[in-house]
Design a protein around this ligand. Sequence first.
Ligand SMILES: *Cc1c(COP(=O)(O)O)cnc(C)c1O
Length: 376
Amino acid sequence: MKIPFLDLKANYLELRDELDAASQRVLESGWYILGEEVEAFEQEFADYCGAKHCIGVANGLDALHLILRGYEIGKGDEVIVPANTYIATWLAVSYAGATPVPVEPNPQTYNLAPENIEAAITPLTKAIMPVHLYGQPAEMDVINEIARKHNLRVIEDAAQAQGARYKGKRTGNLGDAGGFSFYPGKNLGAFGDAGAITTNDDALADAVKVLRNYGSRVKYYNEVKGYNSRLDPLQAAFLRVKLKYLDEWNSRRVFIAQSYLKALSDATEIKLPRVPDGAEPVWHLFVVRSSRRDELQGFLNESEIGTLVHYPVPPHLSEAYSDEVFRQESYPVTEESAATVLSLPISPHLTIEQQNRVAELMLKFEKDKISKKQTT
Ligand SMILES: *Cc1c(COP(=O)(O)O)cnc(C)c1O
């Protein structure tokens, strides 16, 4: 049984008729930039998140960057980011001209460890940018409290967590503003690049709306040096279809994750993710840790099980940031995580037979390793 890490085409096939109709509607409308389709999606996604505003943009990186620009965070400012995130979180800060200041995660939840944040705050700090990594919401109560105490903005990187809840509230409504990506592989994925900003802040919503469209409110009158970062109406139409199925598709992911957690609950070599109180993750990824990660990945690969590493090189060690000097010489929790994490197949289209097969092989690896340990 060959099990790919992810089969994106299955997304299309399940909703084919509705998606075909949506694309037809846009093509026949004669309107191809912003307009009604984008506005309808913005309204629907704002309602879904429980936020007052949603502003569609071209991708997730732009969403984060435009929020920072909208808050006038830039040169000379510092933004706290997780050390263990996808590089886009950091790049958004760098694009704005500010400095990303890495903070170590909790190795079991993979999210920003709130107890490490205050030590990283300086008079230059303007914002904290928690990432709801792998679909699990960060511990927002503590993060918001620290932010309030130090007068900082909280900007959620919700790229991996559409629909996740923290203490009953959805991501995108847990800080000052949230940046979403609808990259095809995300829980709510478009069929191309797409992104959005959510916020309850009227002034920010207005600012980013102007920034995404060349800095103009009225065509050819430019107030600020803006960008071309508009959500494509064709993608908006696809997203409107997929948004209706998001909760159901997320619940299929929850079911798979719970099956993995149950099957592997006695494992010792393989370490499972921990869900903190109040967090309702949507399992964008199911990430385990093993000190023999490469061996485990090779073993699964031999049985035609696709896995990935999210992410093999933390941003502070990437060539892209080799010119920057960081406050700490090393970020050991993050570096260890990069060396031990492995993402198992999980998606709304993974069958229970496939999930069982992966779990079975994981247990086989675990057993072989432990018996080997005992004989040596
Ligand atoms: C996907 C992702 C982004 C960026 O999204 P794009 O749409 O690819 O620009 C940002 N942050 C995180 C954590 C992501 O996973």
